[in-house]
Write a protein that binds this ligand. Structure first.
Ligand SMILES: Nc1nc2c(c(=O)[nH]1)N[C@H]1C(S)=C(S)[C@@H](COP(=O)(O)O)O[C@H]1N2
Ligand SMILES: [Mo]
Length: 246
């Protein structure tokens, strides 16, 4: 458990020179890596650091085993009460907009929006898995919904595209690699413990991806985009490791 956390702890959350030096990387080493003189230019150092983080993401993506399943649990293991977490407190949770529909954009054949009813016509799956937050806590929950791969097939997504990204109506966002998007346990969850999701826990639809850390499980999804352009995300853009998975 703590190994998992340490592995993905975002120690480059703020890409500043002092972090770098504390982390044991000299400016000289960076200069070599970047092939230019960085010592006088903070924005170059910043760019070199981001390039290293993106390199790290590619290595992790290459190590990803699409057939390895996250551990599953039984109903008796489900955590009660189930904790709420977001970048804002519970009182600030936004209700689902009256005209909510799930938008689909990018490299897909069919961009027509989806209602909940339409999502319910696709194949459904349930899972009892552990959700692990980078802050150092975890809890076991039961989610059901549409495996994301079935949704991607239904919209005619280009499955060779690199990324699937998620925009949420609480102004959160996140994105994942295509291999993880096609993983059998990656689902667009509609229900929690067999009841429709409530707004704090992601209504009307959230991503449930047990092979990645909690922040890669966007709630309150408004739009899904298939793209080859690196989309980043709310925490990813602040230096959290983008891949953050196993
Ligand atoms: N829309 C949205 N999704 C989000 C977040 C958020 O702030 N907004 N926080 C993420 C983080 S850091 C965690 S740990 C989980 C928490 O999910 P939970 O409230 O179901 O425990 O949601 C993730 N998805
Ligand atoms: Mo989290």
């Amino acid at each position: 458990m703590s190994d998992f956390r340490d592995k993905f702890r975002p120690d480059l959350r703020r890409l500043e020179r002092r972090h770098l030096i504390r982390g044991g990387l000299s400016l000289g080493a960076l200069t070599l890596l970047a092939g230019c003189d960085l010592s006088s230019d903070d924005s170059l150092i910043d760019r070199a650091l981001w390039a290293m983080l993106r390199f790290n993401d590619r290595v992790q993506a290459a190590l990803f085993n699409p057939n390895r399943l996250a551990q599953t649990y039984t109903s008796a293991d489900i955590t009660h009460p189930f904790r709420f977490n977001a970048y804002y407190p519970l009182e600030k949770v936004r209700p689902v907009p009256d005209d909510w529909q799930l938008e689909v954009t990018g490299l897909v054949n069919d961009k027509s929006p989806w209602t909940l009813q339409r999502l319910q016509t696709l194949p459904q799956e349930s899972q009892i898995t552990r959700h692990i937050c980078v802050e150092g806590w975890s809890q076991i929950g039961e989610w059901s919904g549409v495996p994301l791969r079935h949704f991607l097939y239904a919209v005619g997504a280009d499955l060779r595209a690199k990324y699937v990204s998620f925009d949420c109506f609480d102004d959160y966002s996140s994105s994942i690699d295509m291999a993880s998007a096609l993983h059998p346990q990656t689902i667009l969850a509609l229900d929690f413990e067999e009841q429709p999701l409530t707004p704090p826990w992601g209504a009307p639809v959230r991503l449930r991806i047990p092979t990645k850390l909690g922040f890669k499980n966007p709630k309150n999804i408004a739009a899904i985009t298939v793209t080859n352009e690196y989309p980043g995300g709310y925490w990813e853009d602040q230096g959290y490791n983008w891949f953050s998975g196993s």
